[in-house]
Design a protein around this ligand. Sequence first.
Ligand SMILES: [Zn+2]
Length: 254
Amino acid sequence: MQVGLMNNPRVDPVDEIEFFATHGFDFVDLTLEFPSGHISVIDQEAIIAKISESGLGVIGHTTYYLPFASPISGIRNAAISDVIETLDLFQRAGAQLVTVHPDPGIGAIDQQTILALNAMSFKVISDEARKRDLTIMVENVPGMFSSPEALREIFNKVPELRFHLDVGHAFVGRDRFRHLLAAFRDRLVHIHLSDNRMREDDHMPLGAGNIKWEEVIPSIKSTGYDATFTLEVFSADRRYVLASREKLAELWST
Ligand SMILES: [Zn+2]
């Protein structure tokens, strides 16, 4: 098991990487989002230098609100380009995996079209990623894309995509955790962990919300998954993320 953290896109990623390295994390889940982490505003060389000095591994993470399913091709293409623009940096930083988030689209467009447009966008991104030895993974997000059925449509259309399981997201609104884990274990390559009260995506420390981690962590372990976990705990006081890591390690070892 490797445990990492995601940089807060509101601050310079270089400062975040410093904290992760000095506190013994294994990797940075490098999210390139506005306001302070977007590819257009960061100091790429400083980030690369900091990562190589820190010895941290890297997982790529892209903006979660891109309109991949817009019916307007110019808007869709801009979303695709925004991700493709990040791929060289992710490759240079040592990443092998990059997350994208499916777009629920807008109400006027029917669900099959939304699914097809997401798949088309991810196919273009995945082809570009593969040229750089990167693999694109799709994260489950609350709403339409917490459903295994919707995600399966995308995976069927673009089989080379892998699955990134966000456990917090899987519990927003209703419990889809077990379904998602069972449905996509064969393509599962990365996991995000955060707690919530099962209504909103609260990003609480593990144990502070309603998710039964005593059941969740062993059920992940029982599948044989033993790769990367990102603690997506967004408390300003870092002691909560450090405590979450302790809880994860404890549950993993029992
Ligand atoms: Zn996540």
